[in-house]
Ligand binder design. Structure first.
Ligand SMILES: [Zn+2]
Ligand SMILES: [Zn+2]
Length: 284
């Protein structure tokens, strides 16, 4: 198994999970050119993609969807609430209705190679979602981004995951003292806003187990500092967990062995899921 944080942050968000035969994409806030080039650079053929899943319809997560659909003809999944409540945005972004697949929260979705459990998040884009992605070969992935609060039930889902992508948007002090107008600060901190470093790290330290990997994503450029987040994560997260703070716009690649990857086994950390080369991260 092989995965990419293809890019993350306000400039665009996109995650790829592949078992080499089947691939799924979560969010598409990038151009088709960038998506296809970065996938190709990492040996993930577009022909292996089976479906795309959207967390929500803010352009940093969905601006590439229309072109992706027209180029590939592939289905794009979103919640029935997202579909029903964001029609103007769907039209504006030129998303192809015929290729949209709607689901209800709580439904388990099957695509070749994967089953996907969507869960509700809290954000100012109605019907927003997070996902637990279970691969047929073993490992599971948890994606929770753009949510003002941790949804009920997220802990149980994350408990089943081997790799987690968790939004860690802002440092409370930097946001409070920063340049944003009051109404924007309120929105970010509100229940339909974003997760703070404290909330994200607290959640990760509760659910991550030895041998697992946690990627902190969607880090704000203006209201956060990767060093502050790194210090917090390294001081709170229990030992034996691989932690990575994802800088805005950068790509991160990880590999994970099928059934070899096991909770409570040091081995998983050493051999299975260390991202490659210069992508510095740390097993605490
Ligand atoms: Zn958003
Ligand atoms: Zn976003």
């Amino acid at each position: 198994m092989h995965y990419l944080v293809l890019t993350t942050g306000s400039c665009g968000n996109c995650y790829i999970i592949t078992d080499d035969e089947n691939t799924i994409i979560i969010d598409d806030g990038v151009t088709y050119k960038k998506l296809s080039e970065r996938m190709e650079d990492h040996d993930i053929p577009m022909s292996s993609v089976r479906a795309m899943f959207l967390t929500h319809l803010h352009p940093d997560h969905s601006k590439g969807v229309g072109v992706f659909q027209r180029k590939t003809g592939l289905p794009v999944y979103m919640s029935d609430i997202s579909w029903a409540r964001n029609m103007a945005e769907i039209q504006r972004q030129r998303i192809e209705p015929a290729l949209v697949r709607q689901y209800s929260f709580g439904e388990e979705l099957s695509v070749p190679g994967f089953s996907v459990i969507p869960f509700r998040t809290f954000h100012d884009s109605e019907g927003s979602a997070g996902y637990l992605v279970k691969s047929g070969s073993g490992p599971s992935f948890f994606i929770m981004t753009d949510t003002g609060i941790i949804p009920d039930g997220a802990e149980e889902l994350a408990d089943a995951a081997d790799v987690m992508f968790i939004e860690s948007n802002y440092d409370e002090k930097m946001l409070d003292e920063g340049p944003y107008p009051a109404h924007l600060k309120k929105r970010i901190k509100g229940i339909y806003g974003h997760l703070s470093n404290t909330e994200a790290v607290e959640f990760a330290s509760k659910v991550a187990r030895r041998g697992e990997s946690v990627y902190f994503v969607h880090v704000s450029e203006n209201n956060n500092d990767t060093d502050i987040l790194r210090d917090l994560a390294y001081s709170k997260i229990p030992s034996g967990i691989f932690c990575k703070i994802c800088e805005r716009g950068e790509l991160f690649e990880g590999f994970i062995d099928g059934k070899e990857q096991g909770k409570g086994e040091e081995k998983g950390t050493e051999e299975g899921i260390q991202p490659q080369g210069m992508q510095e991260g740390r097993t605490i």
